[in-house]
Ligand binder design. Structure first.
Ligand code: GLC
Length: 536
């Protein structure tokens, strides 16, 4: 993708997250499928122009957690297609210059996975040790106070064998025991299965959960209100999760996982989900010799206040902490978070596009955020997310509604009168077709930014430097590579700003306010309320 010596594609790739249930349905059952992704590859590679896609789980699954409960790591759920369609997807994506990253769920399987069915069948089954089984306390209660992220105890009693098994998420998602070498090897082999089929890397799900305290000590209460995710955590937030995840032994697993990825030529990559907000702590997961995770996910922007100081602080903190040439990752939306446009509003959605596509590193764009898709209100009775059923304010259905392709019934997503989640109410106005026809649309802003980024070595791999001496409500930075220099400024206030700053000169190549594009700037810059500009 860059081909520049020492610079790997993933260090600056724009990654596009696809929630396959909601992207494009080609069978008319109201659920998206792999063939749907194949049919939309042109949109991704040409119309939009991203570098890579990350596809959320499509493995056979009872869908208790919509695919994050895997019943077979080596197949495709018939609802999504088959292996042949997957192979075609990879081949076509590669022909279009897109890399393919797939979700890998190491911490837990489905309770319907053959390993777990065997494991729970008797105490002396050889697979018993593949999961975490423990005796009840003398009073019959669970072995310790660990909680499930989705609510309640993390331990479920199996009446038949009289022991509890551990599940950090739903009880239908039993945790594998990664301290068992046989589990580790089997899971690495599952990764090789997909690497052999040509995938370019994995998004590794909930990865810190794979190593717990070997003594299984109780978690202390969260008396200081420590934030452990980028959103409030319901009942789970009442504890400090120091013993049920993130044990330092996880670093050994990451090093081995990296070795597996490097068995391939060219080496494959990892984007790994972890919720660590202290940049110095996050840095540790790259590995001392950059020999662990390629891209530990950085959710810092989701938590940062949407202000010049807030965003500058989040960026500078990460820039300072991550060892070069480690790849920075930037996230402002995902299948687990409220929609960006709903959280931050219309103006900020445009600023977010400028920010994500000009910072150093690899941003992840969540499908539909390029249209400003809104968090949908899901009527009672249509809710799907198990987390939302347990704790309604944490439900994730609203950000998972069908992609809005056109004003056709079903938003061009499906022919079914009943898609698995209702389409957003605004689909007739907010859709790909309509936004392509409107030069001022958010989608066209994304397209211009992506096009600029593709042609600019400074934006792809240039150094980052904060530009000082700008008004309090402005965040400005420069990216430079050899003689090329790009200057970015974002006005976070509702008032215009005019200022002079050294080095502010060039042409406005892209602006959130399209009418200002093409303007030559020299010495002083005028920004409209909420305007973000990229000067070349
Ligand atoms: C991750 C996924 C989330 C899933 C959970 C359990 O956090 O992003 O969607 O529910 O892991 O696998």
């Amino acid at each position: 993708m860059s081909g520049h010596e020492g610079h790997e594609w993933w260090q600056s790739a724009v990654l596009y997250e696809i929630y396959p249930r909601s992207f494009k349905d080609t069978t008319g059952d109201g659920v998206g499928d792999l063939q749907g992704i194949v049919e939309k590859l042109d949109y991704l590679s040409d119309t939009l122009g991203v570098d890579a896609i990350w596809i959320c789980p499509f493995y056979p699954s009872p869908m208790a957690d919509f695919g994050y409960d895997v019943a077979s790591y080596r197949d495709v759920d018939p609802m999504f297609g088959d292996l042949e369609t997957f192979d075609r997807l990879v081949a076509r994506a590669h022909e279009s210059g897109l890399k393919v990253i797939i979700d890998f769920v190491p911490n837990h399987t489905s309770d319907q996975h053959p390993w777990f069915i065997e494991s729970r069948s008797s105490r002396d089954n050889p697979r018993r040790e593949w999961y975490v089984w423990r005796d009840p306390k003398p009073d019959g209660s669970p072995p310790n106070n660990w909680l499930s992220v989705f609510g309640g105890s993390a331990w479920e009693l199996d009446e038949h064998t009289g022991q509890y098994y551990l599940h950090s998420f739903l009880k239908e998602q039993p945790d594998l025991d990664w301290r068992n070498p046989a589990v580790k090897e089997a899971m690495f082999d599952n990764m090789r299965f997909w690497l052999d089929r040509g995938v370019d890397g994995f998004r590794v799900d909930a990865v810190l959960f794979s190593m717990k305290d070997p003594d299984e000590r109780v978690n202390p209460p969260n008396t200081e209100g420590l934030q452990q995710l980028h959103k409030p955590l319901g009942a789970y937030g009442a504890q400090r999760h120091v013993h049920d995840q993130g044990h330092p032994d996880i670093h050994g697993v990451f090093r081995q996982m990296r070795e597996v990825l490097e068995e391939y030529e060219p080496p494959r990559t990892s984007l790994a989900e972890l919720h660590i907000f202290d940049p110095k702590q996050l840095a540790a997961y790259y590995g001392g010799d950059l020999d662990e995770l390629h891209m530990p996910t950085n959710f810092g922007l989701l938590k940062a206040p949407w202000s010049a100081a807030g965003i500058r602080g989040a960026v500078e903190g990460l820039e300072a902490a991550i060892p070069k040439p480690g790849a920075l990752n930037w996230v402002l939306g995902s299948h687990d978070d409220r929609r960006l446009a709903t959280r931050l509003g219309e103006d900020a959605s445009r600023q977010a596009a400028v920010l994500l596509l000009t910072l150093r590193g690899s941003p992840t764009l969540y499908y539909g955020d390029e249209l400003g898709m809104r968090e949908a209100e899901i009527p009672p009775g249509r809710q799907q997310d198990p987390w939302g059923m347990a704790e309604p304010e944490l439900g994730r259905d609203g950000c998972r509604t069908p992609m809005q392709w056109s004003a056709d019934p079903g938003a061009g997503f499906t022919d079914s009168p009943e898609p698995w989640l209702p389409v957003g109410r605004d689909y007739a106005e907010r859709n790909v077709e309509a936004q392509l026809a409107d030069p001022d649309s958010l989608l066209n802003l994304y397209r211009r930014l992506l096009q600029l980024r593709r042609g600019s070595a400074a934006l792809r791999r240039g150094a980052y430097r904060t530009v000082g001496g700008v008004p309090r409500d402005c965040y400005a930075f420069a990216r430079s590579e050899s003689l090329e220099r790009v200057f970015v400024a974002i006005n976070f206030s509702a008032a215009p700003l005019c200022f002079e700053a050294t080095g502010v000169s060039g042409r406005i190549a892209v602006s959130t306010h399209r009418g200002n594009e093409g303007t030559e700037v020299s010495g002083s810059l005028r920004l409209q309320p909420h305007e973000g500009v990229v000067l070349v």
